[in-house]
Ligand binder design. Structure first.
Ligand SMILES: Cc1cc2nc3c(=O)[nH]c(=O)nc-3n(C[C@H](O)[C@H](O)[C@H](O)COP(=O)(O)OP(=O)(O)OC[C@H]3O[C@@H](n4cnc5c(N)ncnc54)[C@H](O)[C@@H]3O)c2cc1C
Ligand SMILES: *[C@@H]1O[C@H](CO)[C@@H](O)[C@H](O)[C@H]1NC(C)=O
Ligand SMILES: *[C@@H]1O[C@H](CO)[C@@H](O)[C@H](O)[C@H]1NC(C)=O
Ligand SMILES: *[C@@H]1O[C@H](CO)[C@@H](O)[C@H](O)[C@H]1NC(C)=O
Ligand SMILES: *[C@@H]1O[C@H](CO)[C@@H](O)[C@H](O)[C@H]1NC(C)=O
Length: 510
């Protein structure tokens, strides 16, 4: 125990040192790269600009740069070496140098929740807890129904799940795994063979559950855990889709410490580039095909609003908004969109909502009481009673305990949601092809796009969304076919002087 806390404490120091040194090294690099134009940004043009190198952004950059030139802009730097080691994910995930922290507004039932997301290459996929869980088939059938788009049905998204991964796990369920698992994708998925698995399975059988596989056809069952790891190290979208190609693929340009302040739109509401800073130096880059925002569930809507895209009332209320675009609807996680605040996300809206959690707690107790657990472990309930909660272990006690203890698993979605093509900007930000409604050449691809939270952890669904979006984008820009109707019009960026003015404006209202 003491060795563990000593180790974690030293790792925290090493992470801070690494973060500082990386930033200093990048400042030197930036200065050299910008030597000739420190005062005047010299715009370069790429086919695609991707804002945010998180789980989604890295996967997209990897796929698109196989055919097109891609600029990947990331506000943070490289993940610290400790990020590769699963044991350190808690330490990596809570370090302020490489994470964002967001507080909710006061919640309906009291209190403020804090969430944190990754600020480094790989994003939250570089520090998350490495649970790899696609969710329920019903999630995808439900999304297909919500979007009126059968391509989202479970049977149809399977090819994208498989495309992303190479499965190296051990089968425990009875399913035909070749139907469910990929064999040659970049992300390596392994099953965690804890020594207690046989006892876990025996307990499950005693309670009448089947033994299943977390990423086969998900049903209620007792399962091992799957993790995205390659030889015991984190297999993130940064590690697999970007890092190996960063210095070898001429069409992939990655810029660290690039803080994007605005997506640039021309008079036709067409995105033609982005404004950003590198260590305080204003920069601009042009996209001849599209800008793709993958800045994560909080920063994506913020960036859209800073670019003048969002609900009219919000834009008018925000100080410094210089331009209004379409009155885009949103599916807000955030009701208060001022930078720095987020979300009146109500974890529990009303007392009745604790019923499901109560069942979960009961199931845990039932598991501890199985023959399998009783003969192998001597378990007693050791937690001190929740403060202010009376009559342990009554239902009333557990309701109170749940209100005290409930927290998010950081699976936020829906801040720039997909919606049916029959909808409009008042019903969802995006159409089914991830295009921002009312704006040309601009898409959003990250956790924001899910209209509802999938019934599992989020990283695999975010990879799915990015893999699906990559296929759609490549299809739209297939060199052999005609350019897509909605994104047509070609490159219409303004001249250099104009872009410097726009950059200056963007800087002013940061
Ligand atoms: C602590 C924690 C634990 C988790 N555990 C699990 C787990 O075990 N299993 C699981 O499946 N999921 C887990 N998740 C969820 C999952 O990791 C995330 O949902 C997923 O990584 C989100 O991917 P994303 O692409 O939407 O955003 P992110 O991966 O967060 O990436 C967004 C990127 O954009 C960058 N960015 C933001 N703003 C700008 C800007 N203005 N300019 C330039 N760049 C910008 C950020 O720095 C970041 O790198 C966890 C999440 C957290 C936070
Ligand atoms: C780089 O991208 C361009 C399109 O901008 C494409 O024509 C070219 O083939 C790509 N080069 C490579 C080596 O993939
Ligand atoms: C736990 O066990 C009790 C007693 O057998 C049973 O009534 C209850 O349904 C079980 N609950 C769960 C969630 O499994
Ligand atoms: C759903 O899509 C079909 C075409 O695929 C269309 O005919 C139908 O009108 C759509 N329904 C709704 C409610 O959007
Ligand atoms: C990016 O710029 C904004 C606005 O100045 C600032 O609030 C934010 O902290 C910056 N983010 C990073 C990662 O530097």
């Amino acid at each position: 125990m003491e060795i563990a806390s000593f180790l974690l404490g030293s790792v925290a120091l090493v992470i801070q040192l690494f973060a500082k040194q990386s930033e200093i090294a990048d400042i030197a690099k930036t200065t050299i790269e910008l030597e000739n134009d420190l005062s005047l940004p010299l715009p370069k043009t790429y086919d695609f600009i991707i804002v945010g190198a998180g789980t989604a952004g890295c996967l997209l950059a990897g796929r698109l740069s196989e055919k097109f030139s891609v600029l990947l802009l990331e506000a943070g730097g490289s993940p610290p070496p400790a990020a590769a080691v699963p044991f350190f994910s808690g330490t990596v995930g809570s370090d302020p140098d490489i994470n964002y922290f967001f507080n909710t507004v006061d919640m309906t039932y009291g209190g403020v929740a804090t969430v944190h997301t990754g600020k480094m290459l790989g994003g939250s996929g570089s520090h998350n807890d490495l649970v790899h869980n696609r969710g329920s088939p019903k999630d995808y059938d439900n999304i297909a129904r919500l979007l009126n788009d059968s391509s989202w049905e479970y049977e149809n998204v399977m090819e994208f799940f498989k495309k992303t991964e190479t499965w190296q796990g051990t089968q425990h369920g009875e399913e035909d795994l070749s139907r469910y698992y990929g064999t040659d994708g970049p992300i390596v998925v392994q099953s965690v063979e804890f020594p207690i698995l046989p006892i876990w399975f025996a307990a499950g059988r005693e309670l009448g559950f089947k033994i299943g596989d977390p990423n086969g056809y998900q049903t209620e069952s007792f399962q091992p855990s799957n993790t995205p790891t390659r030889n015991g190290q984190r297999s993130s979208t940064y590690a697999e889709f970007v890092k190996p190609y960063e210095n070898t693929r001429e069409n992939l340009t990655v810029v660290r410490y690039a803080n994007v302040s605005e997506v640039l739109l021309n008079a036709n509401n067409e995105a033609y580039g982005v404004a950003y800073t590198r260590h305080g130096h204003p920069q601009i880059s042009y996209a001849s095909k599209e800008v793709i925002v993958s800045a994560g569930v909080f920063s994506t809507p913020l960036l859209l609003m800073k670019s003048g895209i969002g609900p009219i009332e919000t834009l008018e209320a925000a100080e410094g908004a210089t331009r209004l675009a379409q009155p885009l609807g949103h599916n807000p996680f955030a009701t208060d969109s001022k930078p720095g605040r987020s979300a009146d996300r109500v974890f529990l809206c009303c007392p009745g909502q604790t019923t499901e959690q109560r069942k979960g707690i009961q199931l845990v107790f039932n598991i501890t009481e199985t023959q399998a657990f009783q003969t192998n472990f001597k378990l007693t309930y050791g937690q001190v009673p929740s403060p202010g909660c009376l009559d342990f272990p009554s239902d009333e006690y557990w309701r109170c305990h749940i209100h005290n203890e409930i927290k998010t698993w950081i699976h936020m979605v829906g801040s720039a949601s997909l919606g049916p093509d029959s909808g409009d900007a008042t019903t969802s930000v995006l159409d089914t092809r991830f295009r921002v409604r009312g704006v040309k050449a601009l898409r959003v691809v990250d956790a924001s796009v899910y209209p509802e939270v999938p019934n599992g952890n989020l990283n695999a669904p975010v990879m799915l969304a990015a893999e699906k979006a990559a296929a759609i984008i490549l299809e739209d820009w297939d060199a052999s076919g005609p350019p897509p109707e909605d994104n047509g019009g070609g490159f219409t960026g303004p001249n250099l002087l104009m872009s410097i003015i726009v950059t200056a404006l963007a800087m002013l209202h940061l």
